[in-house]
Design a protein around this ligand. Sequence first.
Ligand SMILES: NC(=O)c1ccc[n+]([C@@H]2O[C@H](COP(=O)([O-])OP(=O)(O)OC[C@H]3O[C@@H](n4cnc5c(N)ncnc54)[C@H](OP(=O)(O)O)[C@@H]3O)[C@@H](O)[C@H]2O)c1
Length: 384
Amino acid sequence: MQYRKFGKTGETVSALGFGCMRLPILNEKSENIDVKRAEEMLNYAYEHGVTYFDTAYVYHRPMHQGISKGFSENVLGNCFQGAKREKIFYATKLPTFVIQSPDEFEKTLHESLTSLKTDRIDFYLAHSLTKQTWDRMIQMGMLEFLQKAKESGKVRHLGFSFHDELPVFKEIVDSFDWEFAQIQYNYLDIRVQAGTEGLHYAASKNLGMVIMEPLRGGKLAVTPTEEVRNIWKKSQYDRSMAQRGLLFVWDDPAVSVVLSGMSTLDQVKENVRSADSAIAGTLSDFERSLYAEARKAYWNRTVVPCTGCEYCLPCPAGVNIPSNLNIVNELAMFGDVTLSKGNYEFQPPSERSENCVQCGVCLTKCPQHIQIPDHLQKLTEQMK
Ligand SMILES: NC(=O)c1ccc[n+]([C@@H]2O[C@H](COP(=O)([O-])OP(=O)(O)OC[C@H]3O[C@@H](n4cnc5c(N)ncnc54)[C@H](OP(=O)(O)O)[C@@H]3O)[C@@H](O)[C@H]2O)c1
């Protein structure tokens, strides 16, 4: 295991972090964590040098029943009590999208501490900030609450996780004395959300940088299309797709810890092995050019020029149009029907493309002039 400095927190963390959002489950129910298998995976990671464990108030909550507290924190808290707890870092998150009034800040922090069976959270993040949640949280006094939580010792270091565009990211970085930030980043998404520019911007201000979705939620780990396979054949290294994805992110010295949401023990074993060579700046220029080629090949396969602007919403039939069009593109990029079906079914039933009544209201609103009803109809057929 390699270790890296974690920005202005002054801590040193393992280059591989365990993302506890995709623990193994029973009966396909997110809230039914397979505790025995999960503990086996967590303990293996612990014993092989992983020190950073990322969870959240909402991870492994019941799906499609509103947003409630999940069980991921509880599994961690039970697994790492006593001496083990002292050797690891817990990162968990204030559920900004759940909070409805200022008194819920303290309440949710207390619940996280209780579930984790600890008196302090090492890294506490404002979860999933967007322009909308950021503005709402500012008005509600979140920053004052976070500062007080730190002064009280319940929280040691403050950061945020992010899902919006680069200008919003920079605004948030510059608005508070954050010690670290967590962004989505992988070799496909170097210009998506914060992207490479945001990564380097925040790192230049000495924020510790945490990477989430390094394998794009698993899509970069599946067997790729023939075109992409042929690109990787040019590499002198025989690496798995998962290893290639992780090495790309670790290659950047701005990155401190890369979270992987591992869902099997074999994945933990492989990623722990990969983390032995997680040394920044070690990919050759030729290897880097292969990542660029693969990126181009994936993006060239997209079929819908949806920018996610949401002008098409609200749909009179309740369809979440950008989310479904995203699946259309993912299916074209990765060619993996099973994976896309998983994402399709992950959406609340009322938001799936099968609810489209072909009314055409969206056609009048889409600035890209996308033939939305046609794409939704085709997706519905493919997802049967
Ligand atoms: N704060 C936020 O807003 C936010 C948002 C997203 C994520 N996160 C955090 O970031 C963590 C990482 O994100 P992520 O879970 O999306 O990470 P990821 O690494 O992009 O995707 C994880 C998935 O990749 C696949 N995978 C991982 N290692 C593999 C291996 N060695 N071989 C084959 N497949 C492998 C697995 O897919 P299968 O399960 O399909 O096999 C796994 O579920 C999350 O777990 C969570 O803790 C935070």
